[in-house]
Ligand binder design. Sequence first.
Ligand SMILES: [Zn+2]
Ligand SMILES: [Zn+2]
Ligand SMILES: [Zn+2]
Length: 112
Amino acid sequence: MENHLRGTNNEASGQRGHPMCWICQNRFFDDDFLNRHLKSEHFFCQLCDNMGSIVSFFDTQELYVHYAVEHFPCDVRDCQHMGIVFSNEEELQLHKVMIFCYRCIIITVANF
Ligand SMILES: [Zn+2]
Ligand SMILES: [Zn+2]
Ligand SMILES: [Zn+2]
């Protein structure tokens, strides 16, 4: 039985003390330090970061799940490894077209 509810933002904003990393339980001087830590030590969602909220994950697996649920990740394996993800379907389609062009260029250059 998994009973693993995670208090994330509620806890962090509820208390005005030093913010704590909800992934590794380290405490930091202020939100700035915590945010920097989250970005350097853990995996974070670039899209959510752009929208002003830092969403961090313990490993890439969790990050991919977040991408799949909240955003539009590219389903090409290489892109998944690089964490290529978009905020809407249009951008994703555009990216896929560009990927093909990119590959064409590589092939053309290789044939010279
Ligand atoms: Zn941490
Ligand atoms: Zn996100
Ligand atoms: Zn892709």
